[in-house]
Design a binder for this molecule. Sequence first.
Ligand SMILES: O=P(O)(O)OC[C@H]1O[C@H](OP(=O)(O)OP(=O)(O)O)[C@H](O)[C@@H]1O
Ligand SMILES: Nc1nc2[nH]cnc2c(=O)[nH]1
Ligand SMILES: [Mg+2]
Length: 187
Amino acid sequence: MVRDYHEFLGEVLVSEEDLQARVAELGREISRDFEGKELLLVCILRGGVLFLTDLMRHISVPHAIEFMAVSSYGTGARESTGQARITLDVNTDIRDRHVILVEDIVDSGHTLASVLELLSMRKPASLAVCTLLDKAERREVEVPILYRGFEIPNKFVFGYGLDIDEFYRNLPFIGVVDLQKYDGNAE
Ligand SMILES: O=P(O)(O)OC[C@H]1O[C@H](OP(=O)(O)OP(=O)(O)O)[C@H](O)[C@@H]1O
Ligand SMILES: Nc1nc2[nH]cnc2c(=O)[nH]1
Ligand SMILES: [Mg+2]
């Protein structure tokens, strides 16, 4: 049974209001930086989906969207395996395109490092990273982040695209999981 999140919510780290305000700001920043150009936003499934769809509403330059999927955590895992495998690739030739990778969170950095390595080989005109959350303390591989919503502490978070065992992605805020309460009450 999927439980009510109130049972294990440690704290609300970023409120819906603060999230929406920051997403709008990032959209405006990207629009300014790419004025007169066309963009390709590449979202990494599944966590980045909510961020992408809100962000693109604030991007005023013409842009297409694409999706990639990378498997590194696996179902139920809360630590990266350090081995990111691309399981879904973009359907577009990105050569000479301005590409922005849209992610919900950068943690160890392995997911983005793998995607950046693959996409940069295809010679895009530019390749930038936009992440909503940056858990910088946990970084194992350096990744260049151009647009960053919030730097967050080393805590397992959920909501607004981020799951716990695949659920709770629909919540409009970012919450911290009290893992003792979550695991302790598991059936
Ligand atoms: O920096 P890293 O340590 O690689 O972690 C970040 C990645 O982990 C999460 O994805 P996850 O593999 O949980 O898939 P999901 O988006 O489908 O939940 C998140 O969406 C990032 O893609
Ligand atoms: N749900 C969730 N997924 C992650 N992937 C990497 N870090 C996190 C996190 O804090 N929460
Ligand atoms: Mg996940």
